[in-house]
Design a binder for this molecule. Sequence first.
Ligand code: SF4
Length: 452
Amino acid sequence: MKTSNGIKKFALKQGINFLYRNPEKNLLKMMDLADKFAGDQFPSQRKVMREAMSDPEHPYYGYIRRLFHEIDPHVMKTTAINFFLNASLIGWSKQEETRQKYGCNVPWAILLDPTSACNLHCTGCWAAEYGNKLNLTFEEIDGIIEQGKAMGIYMYIYTGGEPLVRKKDIIRLCEKHSDCIFLCFTNGTLIDEEFADEMLRVGNFVPAISLEGFEEATDGRRGNGVYAKATKAMELLRKKKLFYGISACYTSANFESITSEEFFNKLIEMGAYFIWYFHYMPVGNDASPELLPTPEQRKETYRRIREYRSTKPLFAMDFQNDAEYVGGCIAGGRRYLHINANGDVDPCVFIHYSDSNIREKTLLEALRSPMMMAYHDNQPFNKNMFQPCPMLENPDKLRKMVAGTDAHSTDLQSPETADHLCAKCDKYAEHWAPVAEELWKESQERKAKKKA
Ligand code: SF4
């Protein structure tokens, strides 16, 4: 018998209230309830959660308890309902219906740039030079979310520019779409007491503060005093009992410190709940390919992050090396897409080639456009999940997709040809391939052992 969404929501709310009465005692009872309603969805994730809840030696045993004691209950409840129920359990079935009906990708999340404006002037970032010329209006963002929700998309992720230049609109959108969850990549410098109080009030806004490492590395790229402001924001978020994380881009220059145990421990000490690591991408005519990590650096990053993930209470994601958990590249609407401040619908936040603009097409039309369908028809781009990307590890795939469609560069400052971009990845792909093969073999062997 199918359980209606209303009943699921009611049951989850009751379950969370029950949990708050005595988290220690009721966590596992709550997990039983989740199993009952999830049916056959997310079995491995639920198994891991159960272990983390019951084993005091598990690194997440304390982390889970922190969620109940150190996060504001309204924020915790709203985040849990919007993320687990709306964006995952309920949203997924709606997305699947649309996928089947139209034979195209339908994402789980939409990344969007509310503005190209930024209050900082980071080295190598176009936003500062481009200024505040480009913005998605409140009505446009609202329209994207309305269209998204009709397809089961309840997860929205702001990038930029600096999204918090548009604080007021962002809070209005959180209020208007109180059933969605909003994640925001931000430099953190505009988070103040007043905004933190607004976050507490709406309960569905989660910042991911960008750091380049410790003070020297962060200020070196982002400007003097930025690290101090970002860490002040982190302290404020902790004090206000808000849920927040970190985003970190590793390059050949900063990989050693940004993936160090010292840095990781510092973030735990400061109360961060997650960190999202990104591999440097040589995107843009002015990009510096020498910042691409070497195969050895990438392999070491992969090992460190996996090690931390299984031993430390800070949830770490590794965007480029975690593809095996999600079946390869997630862009092109398979799990997400990106809409820039000009309305261009890019397949990925790093792949700025598009044949659709949200001011001219509906979201569904954009998902059925030749460029998005090229993603749909060619995913996964490689059988080896350590080579997921049509640009970084399989540059010929991106060359072909762009050549085979009317997709044009959507770079806001200096349009770059796909050939120019992909030429920066050819050598990288060649050098990474044998290491990827070794890692893939290891991973397959591990899986086979687990099954045996
Ligand atoms: S296009 Fe590349 S960077 Fe973007 S999601 Fe796919 S694999 Fe990752």
